[in-house]
Structure formats: C-alpha cells, structure tokens
Design a protein around this ligand. Structure first.
Ligand code: TYD
Ligand code: MG
Length: 454
C-alpha cells in the first residue's frame, strides 16, 4: 500500500500551520499565502533547538550575567549603526529585507569594504566570487580582511565559520540557502525557518553577529522574511521607489534599540551614499510657490524630519470621485476629507483627490494630518502656501487640531531649516518661546483656514 506523503500547509506571511489548504490564513487574515511543505521535516529540524540562545544552560541571577565584555561594534556606516541603536550587538541576528534590486547586496558588501578592522565572512548564494569582486571594485573598496564564500549549504557555511570565527558574518540571501537535514527546496517555508534557526544558534553560541538578507515582494509577505520576524533580533527593511535613487532603511523590530528609526541613502554609480540631512532633499519645491504643496514637520523614531506633502484636487471625470494616496494611509485621507466636508464646509465629494509624499516616503506620523489638509485645500483653491511655512498637528474627527509628541523638536528642526512660521495645535505647551520662528496656534480646522487663507 502506498504511504500517503505527510505534508502540511504553512502561511508564508505568519508561519501558521494548517492540515489543509485555505484561501485565507485564519491566523493573520492574509489571502493566498498558504504553501505546502513536508511535515516530518520540521520534527527533526533545529527550529526547536534554536530556543537555546545561551550556552549557560542554567538559570542565573541578573547580577551574575556579565555583558560588559560585549560592546557594540561599529559597522563603518554611521547611519546603519544609528538604526541598530549604536552599532551591532555581538551574537545578534539581523535581518535586512527588501524587494529584489533595491540594493541589499550593495549595502551588505559596502559594510565590510568600509570597515577593514572587522574580519567579515561574506557568504553569497546568489553571485559568483568574480561577480562579488566586480561589485566590490565598483564600490571602490580595497579591503582585504573580508572573506568571500560562495556556498549555499548552511552546514558547510557554519563549519567554515566556526573555524574562522569572523567578527561579522553576512549571508546573502536566506532564500538561496538550504539545510542538509531537510528535503524541501531552498526558499520553502521549512528551509527558511531551519536556515534561520541554525544561524541564530551559531550567533548565540559564538557571539558572532550575523546579518541575513531576505527578499520580500511588493506585498511584503511572499515566502520568507515575514515568517522570520519573530526568530531574529533585529528586522531592517530596505525600501524605496526603484526608479528613484533614494532608498530608506527602516527598523521594524529591534531587541536592542528603538524602532521606527529611519535612514536615507542615495544609490549612486559607486554604491550607496548616506544622506545625513534628509529634510533638505525632501523639500524640493522649497521657494517655488506652487499650489498643492505643504511641508509637514514629522518625527521618525527620534529624529525630526521635514518633508513635502503634495496634493492634486480636480473635478471628477467619472461619476464617483477617485481618491488615491501614495505613502499615506488612504483611509486616513478619506477621513480627513470627510472632516473638511462636514466640519469646515468644503465640498470635495465631487472632486478627485490625489496625495503624494515626497521622496517615496511612507508616513504614519499623525502630525502629518495638518499638512495633508492644507495641501488639499491649497490645490482646491489654487492658492500657494508660502514656502517658509510648515505644519505639525493631528486632526480629530470633530475638526479639532490636537497637539503631537515632541513639538519642540519639530519646531527646532523647522527653525534650523529656515522656516519662518509653523502651525501647531492651540493646546500645545511650549517650555520656551522660539526666537527665529513664528509659532501659530490653531484650535480647529476653520481657525486654520482663517489663519492661512485669509
Ligand atoms: P543589489 O544590491 O544587487 O540589489 P538586491 O541585492 O537588493 O537585489 O542592487 C541592484 C541595483 O543597484 C542594480 O539595479 C544596480 C544598482 N547599483 C547602482 O546603481 N550602483 C552601484 O554601485 C551598485 C553596486 C548597484
Ligand atoms: Mg542581491
């Protein structure tokens, strides 16, 4: 009698297991993410063993734990260090996820090239040694402490790594690696989990930090990085518009630092360049006085950042008006338009509204609301907002303007960039009065309109 193959279905977004295929994962609610993988694989895998993150297999008091001899190490790129919370922690497993072609391999090769004092083992399953060399020459690196290893079997990578004991190991990419103990193909759910578990165990046992690269598709959940998020210590996401040259590295999870930190890079002919002052690049039309643009003073992680919000309002060609938002939550845009309609009497229901955040940025800071409604109104009336004015405030459902966190830092950044006026909530409390910038406090949307478009 033929034995039935033991397979199970796994959600590639959250890793949830199910005995049969389902269109929608009951755990995370994503559609079309279930993939089939052999079941017995996971039994003999080391996923469970990966739970052992410390070589001391006994309980310890906090004061008995010595970590002073494990300082963070710099990776040579100041912005990457900052996002990690001040360098990489020994024994940590860092996942860098991003769409193909965004620049993950470039970034991960630039780290060892720019940091000769780190003995790095660069493992690639995607490119030949010659291709890596070509890339390194393009990046202008002449570092000789970096070892290039073209291999895809994790067991032999770890054997090599245990004998070399590098200061840093980079693995590009998790989808190309496989473990000998599992039958399924590289890139499958069980292989990805197993590879990550083996690397995690290696990192924790030896104290060697490991950077793992993972591909992620436009939707962000096909085969891979998402199911690893709970295994790894740090998740960095590399994003940006492929056609543009700006790239954003964002921390999504960080066991050793704060999240929602963000760094901006520019892809040049010779690799990635750090953009130390993103505000200056994100206010391109500064000084031109076109309608439909307003500058938002936002805060990303701990750093204040100013950028331009652009809106286009035009009469709807078809029966129903279109609303489209790039880099901003479309539902929030609809809510703000409803507030404008109901609380301030602007009739926008027959208008198409398009919204865009400069530089391909994705924004979730509520302080952006004020700039969004000002950009919409500015486009609607074809009235340009003076280029030395910016905004920081959250808009509530009854049209009130609410104060936002750390307003003083936002005002400070606006002042530093030469803005002359900032609109904030009436209820904002300021410890000191800023000197070089006029702070206008507005209580609700009608008051804002009066103050701005009078
Ligand atoms: P890559 O790092 O290979 O992307 P990933 O590993 O995320 O798939 O980068 C691919 C793109 O970067 C490619 O389209 C070419 C571009 N690039 C530059 O513009 N300048 C450079 O110096 C390098 C190395 C790449
Ligand atoms: Mg690559």
């Amino acid at each position: 009698m033929a034995t039935k193959a033991k397979t199970s279905w796994f959600c590639s977004a959250c890793g949830n297991e199910s005995p049969k295929w389902m269109g929608r994962c009951p755990a995370c609610g994503e559609w079309n993410t279930m993939v089939e993988a052999p079941k017995e694989d996971l039994k003999k895998s080391s996923v469970t063993a990966a739970g052992r993150v410390s070589p001391d297999r006994k309980p310890l008091r906090l004061k008995e734990i010595d970590y002073s001899k494990e300082p963070r190490r710099s990776l040579g790129l100041g912005e990457v260090d900052r996002i990690l919370g001040g360098g990489i922690v020994p024994g940590s497993l860092v996942l860098i996820g991003g769409e193909p072609g965004i620049g993950k391999s470039t970034l991960s090769l630039q780290i060892p090239l720019g940091c000769p004092e780190l003995r790095t083992l660069y493992v690639t399953g995607e490119e030949s040694a010659k291709q890596v060399k070509m890339r390194a020459e393009r990046l202008g690196g002449k570092d000789d402490s970096c070892l290039i290893f073209c291999e895809t079997m994790v067991e032999s990578i770890l054997e090599e790594a245990r004998s070399i004991v590098p200061d840093l190991m980079i693995v590009d990419s998790v989808q190309t690696m496989f473990s000998d103990s599992i039958d399924s193909t590289p890139g499958s759910v069980s292989q990805i989990k197993e590879v990550a578990a083996l690397l995690l165990r290696f990192a924790k046992e030896t104290g060697v930090p490991v950077i793992l690269i993972g591909h992620i598709t436009k939707d962000g959940y096909i085969a891979g990085p998402k199911i690893l998020e709970h295994i790894v210590d740090v998740v960095l996401q590399f994003e940006g518009e492929n056609r543009g040259s700006y790239r954003i590295l964002r921390s999504i999870k960080n066991r050793f630092g704060s999240t929602s930190e963000l760094a901006v890079f520019e892809m040049t002919g010779a690799g990635l360049r750090e953009v130390l002052n993103p505000s200056e690049m994100l206010i391109p039309m500064h000084g031109q006085g076109l309608s439909g643009a307003a500058v938002a003073a936002t805060l990303d992680g701990t750093r204040p950042m100013l950028f331009e919000v652009q809106a286009l309002v035009s009469s709807a060609v078809y029966g129903t008006a279109q609303r489209s938002a790039t880099g901003f939550d479309a539902r929030r845009l609809n809510m703000l338009l409803a507030v404008l309609e109901k609380r301030a009497g602007f009739h926008l229901s027959a208008k198409d509204v398009f919204l865009n955040m400069a530089g391909g940025l994705k924004v979730s800071d509520p302080a952006c609301d004020l700039a969004v409604i000002c950009a919409v109104l500015s486009s609607n009336f074809d009235f340009a907002i003076p280029s030395d004015v910016c905004f920081a405030g959250e808009v509530g459902l009854s049209g009130e303007i609410r104060p936002v966190a750390q307003t003083e830092r936002r005002i400070g950044e606006a002042e530093r960039l030469g803005f002359k006026k900032i609109f904030v909530s009436y209820f904002t409390k300021l410890d000191r009065k800023p000197q070089g910038i006029d702070v206008v406090k507005v209580a609700d949307v009608p008051a804002l309109v009066k103050a701005l478009f009078k």
